[in-house]
Design a protein around this ligand. Sequence first.
Ligand code: ZN
Ligand code: ZN
Length: 359
Amino acid sequence: MNFDVRRQKAQKLLSNLGLDALILCQGENLRYFCNFTGTDGVFILTADQTVFLTDSRYTTQAGQQVIADDIQEYKVKADAVAKYLGGQSLSKFGFEASIAFAMFEDLRNSGQPSWHWHALRDELEKIRLIKDDQETDLIRRAARLNKKALEDVLPIIQPGAIERDIALALEFSLKKNGAEEKAFDFIVASGPRGALPHGIASNRALLHSELVTIDFGCCFHGYHSDETVTLAVGLIEDELRKIFDIVLEAHDRAIQTVSPGIPLIDIDRVARDYIESAGYGVYFGHGLGHGVGLDVHEAPTVSPRSKTVAEPGMVFTIEPGIYLPNIGGVRIEDMVIVTEEGCQVLTLIPKTFRNILVN
Ligand code: ZN
Ligand code: ZN
C-alpha cells in the first residue's frame, strides 16, 4: 500500500477545498490513510504534517501500525483534537459527515468559535475509488472465501433447511477459513420471501420447488466480498425459471458492457432496458450495483443516478434482480474490476441456473 500517494491525494483535496486540515475518525479512512486497524483514533492531516491521536488502549498498536509524522495519546478525544489544531493556528477543517453528531458537537464545543467546519460527504470515498494491486488481491481473497463457504454449505441447502441456519453455516465457514467478519447480515430469502430484496435470513424452512436467494460476503484484512446466488430447490414453475433467465441475461449483458470510459449509468441502463423489454421493469426497483472495498457499500454507485465514468481499478457489483410480490424473486450478483481492456469478474461462484437437488 502506498501511503505516500494516499497522503498526497488527501492533501490535494485539502487545497481544492481551501481547508487547513482533515480530521478523520472513521475506521475505513483510518485504515486507508494511516494503516490503523483499531476502532478508536483520529488522524489529522494538514498541508505538511500528519498526526495520529488515540487513547491508551491503542498506543502500542498505533506505534506498530500507524504511518504518521507523530502519534499522541489522549484522555479526552475532542479536547486533544482541539488542542492540536489550536496549537497549529489552523481554522478551517474538513470532517467526515458520517461521524456521530455527538462527536461533531464535542469537536465544535472544544474548538474556538471562529473555526469553520466542512462536512465531507463522498470526497474521501472518491479518493478510494481506484484500487491498487494489493487492495484488489485482498478483495479476490475475500471472494475466494465466499466460494469455499458456499461449497461447504451446499449440502445443507435442502427442503426443510431453516434460512437462519444456512446464514449461520455460511458465516461459520467464512470465519473458519480466515474472514475477520461477515460483510453484513446475510440475506437468505426462500420462496415468496425472495420477493424481498433485503430479506434477511428468517426462521422460514425451505420448501421443495422454490427458489432461494442467498446474498453474502465477508471482510478479509479490511476488504469485502459481496455476492448473490439464486438456487432452485428442485423443479420450479415456468415463470420462476423465466425470470431467472432474464436476470442472468441482464447480468451477463451488463458485465460485457463494463470497460474504461463507459459511464456507469449506461451499464445500469443495459441491464434495466433488457429487464424492461422482457416485461419485468417494474419489478427491478434498485440500482444495478455499488462499489466495494474497505466498505461493502461505497462509491461508485451503478444506477440511473450515477455520474461516474468507469476507470481501470474501480471495483463494483453487478446485481440485477426481479422481485414478484407473493411469488418469489431472483437476484444474481458478481463483483467486477474495470481493467484496461474491459473488466474481470472477481467473484468465483458460477451463476448459471442450478437445481441443487440434481447437481
Ligand atoms: Zn450483495
Ligand atoms: Zn451488493
